[in-house]
Structures are given as structure tokens and as C-alpha cells.
Design a protein around this ligand. Sequence first.
Ligand SMILES: [Zn+2]
Ligand SMILES: [Zn+2]
Length: 277
Amino acid sequence: MLDCHTHTELSPDSKAKLPDMCRAAKEKGLHALAVTDHIELCRWYPQDYYKARPRNEEDFYHYAARFERSMEQNLLAKETADGFVFMNGIEMGEPDADFALAERLYRDERLDLTIASLHELPGRLDFYFLDYAKEDIPALLGDYFAELLKIAEHDCYDVLGHITYPLRYIEGTAGIPVDMGGYRDRIAAIFKTVIGKGKGIELNTSGYRQSYGKPFPDRELLCLYKDLGGSILTLGSDAHAPEDVGSGITQGLALAKACGFDRVCCYLRHEPQFITI
Ligand SMILES: [Zn+2]
Ligand SMILES: [Zn+2]
């Protein structure tokens, strides 16, 4: 059991205290826990820099300061972790906003694991906030995968986070079915890039406990990744509260096995540590 994707109160959408997340990991018998608070590169600098106003209640700025607080908090937890391996991670959102910054941040020696995630397209709101009755969904998904390919090509991550994230809201919340067949080639290109660079993807199990009902990516795409030669896979619950630590990981491990994986990874100083399943 391992959980490579969790958040604390340093993320705008979580109120969880770090000691409570660690306690939950220990109680649930996790072998390894990564705390990966949101570090959004499109809002890295203070608000004045962007001459912008917050667009909603989760629109925080100056992630540079949050990053330092997160490193301080996580390194202390890493030193005192008892009974499990603690990984100091970040969920780097929107690395495409500033690839030079993304690559510099990735090389920060304090980090064990960097998950690169795309939550919003350039100049748009997080997929969470979009009104899908009014959106051109094929165009939106086309842009999402094109942007994800750009991210995959840069040295700013260990694993790509929750691939197919927009489906959480398009299919899960709005209930609009999407035929993913048309995106298969684009997704295959992303996987080939990731594999060629010696990097990995995560199986994000949050969808199991949400209306979407499936992980990100789903079985078909996870098997495609494996068939293309993908071997580096992390599993993460994306827990924002202690009760969700480790949630869906057992199901995720079973799915990984069904797709042919015989091992999964955690990370120390950006080096994958393989665990047989
Ligand atoms: Zn995310
Ligand atoms: Zn997350």
C-alpha cells in the first residue's frame, strides 16, 4: 500500500493538518506517503505581478511562498516519519505557464517527487469551473491533450498527474458522455514521450470515490500505457482529508495488475523505487 498524491491545508482546497495525514497513513498501514501540495505556476508570483484579481475563492497567488512553507513542513515530517516512508512532493499545476521556472523547480534538491498536472488551459478557468453545456467539448479536450504533450516534453516532472482530468467534470459532474476513441493517438503520443524520457504517469484513484466512478486514466488508457512499454506507475488517492488517505489504492493496484504491471513506484529524490505487487 502506498499513496503518492495527497494534500494538506497548504493547498487552497484542503483543510487537512499534515500530522493528521501522517497519522492516517500509519493507521491504514501505508508503506509510503507523499504529500504533494498544489504549486500553481500560473500564479507563482504575488498578485500584483499579474495585475489580476482573484477570479474565485480558490484563486490564490504567490505560490512561491507556499512552496517554501510546503518544503519546510514536509522536510520536518520526513525527519520524524515513523513506520512509513515519507516523500516530499509537489503537485506542480500548469507548468506550461513557465517552463523555465518549472524545470528549475523540478531540480530543487529537497524534492522527492514532482507530479505535473494540467488543471486549466492558458487563460481559462480550472476545468472544475467550466459550464459544459456551453463549451465545445471536443475542442477543449483537443487543447487539453495538446498542452499535456508540451508538458510531457519538458524535464519538469517525475510523473504526469491524473491524465483525463477534464472527464471528472464532463462525464462525472455534467454527465455528458465522451467518446475517447478520437484522442487515442494523441494520448499514445503523450505516453511515448513520457516513456522515452524515462518518466512515468500516476494512476489517480480519486475518481473511484467521485461521481466519475473510474480512476484517471481509466483501464483502457492504463493498458495502452503498458502496451506501449510504460513501466513507471505511481498510485495516488489525491486525498484532501485524512479519511481519504489510501482511498481506492487497493482497487488501483488490482487494475494495474490486470493491465500487466507487476510493480509500482514511489520516489526518493526523483529516483523511482520499484515495489513488487
Ligand atoms: Zn490535480
Ligand atoms: Zn491533487
